[in-house]
Design a protein around this ligand. Structure first.
Ligand code: C2E
Ligand code: MG
Ligand code: MG
Ligand code: MG
Length: 279
């Protein structure tokens, strides 16, 4: 077995492999108990109206606070959760928690009217996915019109026809749908007119390049397609005032990124209102 680790570029010793597999298993056995131990949390990142500078929504992003390892990134444990099927209970927890906290958030800033939740391929592929969403909405009394589910091209492309049916069923509930990381999936564009979508999210790799012109033609093409098909556009990964300007210049009205706020606990972003004096 010869492999190079991408991060360090150094060659792995054979003896490290079992150890790495063991680490993975250990991480997995911890992950199984993470929810009941209260180690999972949601952070939120504001989604801004770039014209007014006001938040219009918030994306929920999962965090895992491991007692020994510290904060484990979703990029690390979501793939593990997908491979093991754990993403099903975890994904349901995310949705319910986003709705529960979202209900409090909706009133806290004028114009804040949308909570976005990421959905994984395995979740979306389940026969009972739409029922699960409906049930969580009912249980939490979260207004469906304020929920946006984020899917990726990869999820949709697996089986476009059945994905379209499922997306339509979600829209019938009142929920809106965003296509996340748009443009990174290298998938055929021919499916785009048929998708019952509300929002295209331009991947941050295009946003960064738009400010210096490199990816500007791609961003313009995305804007033009979105306009033709009637989709809103949200730019991801806005890190500088230059990024904001570049996106406004191409007519993109919404964005999120470190320039506005890093993902953080809801109360840190929008403090709970202090109860007024009793009358
Ligand atoms: P995503 O849905 O595309 O989320 C955007 C990621 O970019 C987040 O990373 C966010 O913290 C980060 N980000 C936001 N603004 C900026 C910026 O200005 N610059 C840079 N460099 N990065 C920025 P995070 O939270 O680590 O999540 C990574 C990915 O993990 C997400 O990508 C999503 O695919 C997945 N994920 C996160 N939470 C969940 C979840 O609850 N369920 C599922 N299925 N996947 C999730
Ligand atoms: Mg997302
Ligand atoms: Mg994204
Ligand atoms: Mg991404």
């Amino acid at each position: 077995y010869r492999a190079k680790t991408l991060r360090t570029g150094t060659e792995l010793f054979e003896s490290e492999l079992p150890q790495r597999a063991t680490q993975r298993l250990e991480l997995l056995s911890h992950l199984r108990r993470a929810e009941e131990l209260g180690e999972l949390a949601l952070h939120f990142q504001p989604q801004m109206n770039l014209d007014t500078g006001q938040p219009v929504g918030a994306e929920a992003l999962i965090r895992w606070q491991h007692p020994q390892l510290g904060l484990v990134s979703p990029a690390e444990f979501i793939p593990l959760a997908e491979d093991s099927g754990l993403i099903i209970p975890i994904g349901r927890w995310v949705l319910a928690e986003a709705c529960r906290q979202g209900l409090h958030l909706l009133g806290r800033a004028p114009g804040l009217a949308r909570i976005a939740v990421n959905v994984s391929a395995l979740q979306f592929a389940r026969e009972d996915f739409v029922d699960m969403v409906a049930e969580v909405l009912r249980d939490t009394r979260f207004p469906p019109q304020c929920l946006e589910l984020e899917l990726t091209e990869r999820i949709v492309m697996r089986d476009v026809d059945s994905a379209v049916r499922r997306m339509q069923a979600l829209r019938d509930l009142g929920v809106s749908i965003a296509l996340d990381d748009f443009g990174t999936g290298f998938s055929s564009l021919s499916y785009l007119p048929n998708l019952p979508l509300n929002v295209l999210k331009i991947d941050r790799s295009f946003v960064a390049g738009a400010a210096d012109g490199r990816t500007l033609p791609i961003v313009r093409a995305i804007m033009s397609m979105a306009e033709q098909f009637g989709f809103d556009v949200i730019a991801e990964g806005i890190e500088t005032a230059g990024h904001v300007q570049a996106m406004l210049d191409v007519g993109c009205r919404f964005g999120q990124g470190y320039h506005f706020a890093r993902p953080a606990p809801a109360d840190a972003l929008w403090p709970a209102p202090v109860p007024g004096p009793r009358r």
